[in-house]
Design a protein around this ligand. Structure first.
Ligand code: SAJ
Length: 421
């Protein structure tokens, strides 16, 4: 049974929240908080982002965020700022990219902490949500103590986001959440804050555990996708259908192999495992190995397509986004493979990405609509599992060579009995 949820105000009567970083996590979170009646100050260092949002337009393609944003603006509950205004709670949701040597770059997080320091009051809660190496929350607290030594207690906690791009608003509300403070009081306040809008359970822990939980989730996924990709490489050597192998292996009650693909993309799963490995390099063996398998899978797809181009064949790359039905190109294996292929074989590569109007930076190949591309002869290289590709009728594919890295054109599962019938 679920515990009763907190529906009232926070201890200390929270009425206002300042959200630093209005990207894929910060913007939906800010809009959701405003929809719960809280006064939300949105802070972003980009004037262009602030102007777009102030006009009621979302700069991220994410279901329902724009409608929520418009309502929040109309209600006067969401305002935009270059510098953080005072508030009861500060939420930091800025990027933490990878730097040279796979080292986490904490510059944006530390800048955000420095920026909010002048607005801090004693008793405020500072909540870090950015994916961060273990120990970052403690570092923020230390930084704030150094900048505002005269303040009484400031509560600092970590509350990692777990939302899936494409379903962000729904998952913000429905998913369980982990919240860990540097002190029991910071944990209590962080848990109470999330219970204002989270319908899933909110689990209390300490800050460092919460940091490792977040990293473990994405590393788990990366290692398991790498396993599926390794199987696909092995099956290829034996000329076996890896999809069939996985389908049948997954009929075992304790086996659940993920899907192979052209490699892992996005700003999370391809990046976060390094945050774990970097903190304890001598202990981390599987995590770097999974990253190496990912690189090997990307290279294998590129070589397979490149061999066709070398023989004079046109290759039509279906999809550039890092996964199906999103417009996000960050760390996309699809884009990386298409771009490398086009660079090696100018004039022989075209791309289809229904979410874009023009080829993205780095891709020296024409971008065609799906219909226009299917008018051309050539091999179809499926790189992204967009639904619009999967729904292509068999007639549109007839007589073509297809490299289906995502398995979208496979026949539906054939039950064992029928197969043997
Ligand atoms: N992928 C495969 N095979 C699979 C599953 C995924 O190749 O079986 C690929 C996708 O095509 C994509 C990449 O992996 O390129 C990642 O996609 P995803 O849908 O697994 O995850 P993300 O990156 O969109 O979001 C992840 C989620 N984390 C987990 O599922 C553990 C999300 O809950 C996190 O909030 C998000 O990272 C984040 O921000 O950390």
């Amino acid at each position: 049974m679920r515990k009763p949820r907190f529906h009232g105000k926070l201890p200390g009567m929270t009425t206002s929240v300042t959200v630093l970083g209005l990207g894929y996590v910060g913007l939906p979170t800010a809009a959701l908080l405003a929809s719960r009646g809280l006064r939300v100050h949105g802070v972003d260092t980009s004037a262009a982002v602030r102007a777009t949002l102030a006009a009621g337009r979302s700069h991220i393609a994410e279901a329902d965020v724009e409608a929520l944003l418009e309502r929040a603006l109309r209600a006067g509950l969401f305002t935009l700022h270059a510098e953080p205004p005072p508030a009861d709670v500060f939420v930091i949701a800025v990027p933490t990219p990878l730097g040279p040597g796979h080292a986490p770059m904490l510059g944006h997080v530390l800048d955000a902490a420095r920026a909010l320091a002048p607005a801090l009051r004693s008793g405020d809660l500072v909540l870090l949500e950015s994916t961060s190496p273990i120990g970052t929350t403690a570092r923020i607290a230390e930084l704030l103590r150094g900048l505002r030594p005269e303040l009484g207690e400031v509560h600092v906690a970590y509350g990692p986001e777990r939302v899936l791009p494409g379903r962000i608003l729904a998952e913000l509300v429905e998913n369980d959440r982990v919240a860990g403070g540097l002190t029991p009081e910071a944990t209590r306040r962080a848990v109470a804050f999330y219970r204002l809008f989270v319908r899933g359970e909110v689990h209390a822990t300490d800050a460092a555990t919460a940091e490792m939980v977040k990293l473990s989730e994405n590393a788990f996924r990366d290692v398991n996708i790498a396993f599926a990709n390794e199987l696909s490489l092995i099956a290829g050597r034996h000329e076996l259908d890896v999809w069939r192998v996985i389908e049948l292996a997954n009929r075992h009650p304790r086996v659940n192999i993920l899907k192979p693909g052209p490699g892992v993309g996005g700003h999370c799963i391809a990046v976060d495992p390094w945050f774990l490995a970097h903190g304890a390099p001598e202990a981390a063996r599987l995590i770097p190995a999974a990253r190496a398998v990912d690189a090997a899978k990307r290279a294998a797809v590129l070589e397979q397509a490149s061999a066709l181009c070398a023989a004079g064949e046109r290759v039509i790359c279906l999809g550039l986004a890092f996964k199906g039905d999103v417009d996000d190109l960050r760390e996309s294996p699809a884009l990386a493979i298409a771009a490398a292929l086009a660079q090696r074989h100018p004039g022989l590569v075209v791309a289809v990405e229904p979410h874009l109007d023009a080829p993205p930076a780095g891709l020296e190949a024409p971008l065609l609509s799906l219909d226009a591309a299917l008018e051309l002869p050539g091999t179809l290289l499926v790189l992204t599992d967009h639904r619009v590709f999967a729904r292509l009728p068999p007639a549109a594919l007839a007589g073509r060579r297809i490299i289906d890295t995502r398995g979208i054109f496979r026949r539906p599962i054939v039950p064992h009995r029928e197969e043997n019938a």
